[in-house]
Design a protein around this ligand. Structure first.
Ligand code: PBG
Length: 337
């Protein structure tokens, strides 16, 4: 007997025929709740400088930053991540400026929390904006970044941020044991609500170039690299190990960085550890897309939204992106098709 098989056996395109059924079967969503906006702060008043390698991103003094924070807050962005531009004369081999209670970051946090108490403020815990050699920690006479000595300074830095009112401290330095040390110090000073977002799987990436231009650490670092503490892009199991250790030491959230070339890592972390997982769409990723869009080669809005959906699909709960404000605007007017 001849069995009649219709051709084709399945028509997945049926569900794609109309917008209503495409919407109904959508598996992942993107919301303003998923965004963190990184910002750069400068000393002074009335200062606003464009970053050449990050079109649309500025280094701003606190007064201008407050305007940006106001816009971000009214768009519904939950949190800002703060990065300081340290004047050359404030940098030193031992990065003392990092834990100055009246330092630029500490003053900025106080101003932001005073003006917008509901806006989450996250600070970066690492020494590279403050070291004259541009490394994330203290170095020995060979330029090797010392672990335990650096952790002692990171603890002071994190405490000074918490004391200024930071809601989240985010160690981005990749020293061993720093999450445990920071958590213990926060507890001992009764900063029991200070969240820790650990840059757990942070790779020794070349996509951080524009960020180093923005904070002015590129010149200090010169030809040196960060391969003795940041991870090798060849590794994946190691990322899970780093994440597991940071969680055990007291991290509330973990991060994978960079973002797009590491979607597999985000996916593994989220599926295996099931904890709040964040992606950093880093400066180089933003710069690539902006450059192509500014040349008319790619559609900025569409490629940006597709990128963000990629992070969500991979398992990211949220994304740090310099484009957060644009995305929030597209979401606000429903311009997400
Ligand atoms: C500093 C830090 C870096 C970034 C965030 N925190 C640079 C680095 O590790 O060299 C990169 C962010 C970006 O490229 O957008 N520890």
């Amino acid at each position: 007997m001849i069995v009649h098989r219709p051709f084709p056996a399945h028509r997945p395109r049926r569900m794609r025929h109309d917008a209503f059924s495409r919407r109904l079967m959508q598996e992942h969503t993107l919301s303003v709740n998923d965004l963190i906006l990184p910002v750069f702060v400068l000393e002074g008043q009335g200062q606003k400088e464009a970053v050449a390698s990050l079109p649309g991103v500025y280094r701003q003094s606190i007064d201008h930053l407050l305007e940006t924070a106001d816009r971000a807050r009214s768009l519904g962005i939950p949190a800002l991540a703060l990065f300081p531009v340290t004047p050359a004369e404030a940098k030193s081999p031992a990065a003392e400026a990092a834990y100055d209670p009246d330092g630029l970051v500490q003053r900025t946090v106080r101003e932001l929390k005073h003006t917008f108490p509901d806006l989450g403020i996250m600070t970066d815990v690492a020494l590279d904006p403050y070291t004259s050699h541009g490394q994330d920690g203290l170095t020995d006479s060979n330029g090797y970044v010392l672990n335990d000595e650096t952790v002692e300074v990171l603890v002071k830095q994190a405490l000074s941020h918490a004391e200024a009112g930071a809601d989240i401290v985010a160690p981005s330095d990749m020293m061993d044991g720093r999450i445990g040390a920071i958590r213990a110090a926060l507890e001992s000073k009764r900063h029991i609500h200070t969240r820790i977002m650990a840059y757990s799987a942070k790779y020794a990436s070349s996509f951080y170039g524009p960020f180093r231009d923005a904070v002015g650490s590129a010149g200090n670092l010169g030809k040196a690299d960060k391969t003795t503490y940041q991870m090798d892009p060849a590794n994946s199991d190691e990322a899970l190990h780093e994440v597991a250790m940071d969680l055990q030491e007291g991290a509330d959230m973990v991060m994978v960085k960079p973002g797009m070339p590491y979607l597999d890592i985000i996916h593994r972390v989220k599926t295996e550890l099931k904890v709040p997982t964040f992606a950093y769409h880093v400066s180089g990723e933003y710069a690539m897309l902006r450059a192509a869009a500014d040349n008319g080669w790619l559609d900025w809005r569409k490629c940006l939204l597709e990128t963000m959906m990629g992070f969500r699909r991979a398992g990211a709960d949220g994304v740090l992106t310099y484009a957060a404000m644009d995305i929030a605007e597209y979401l606000a007017v429903g311009d997400i098709g």
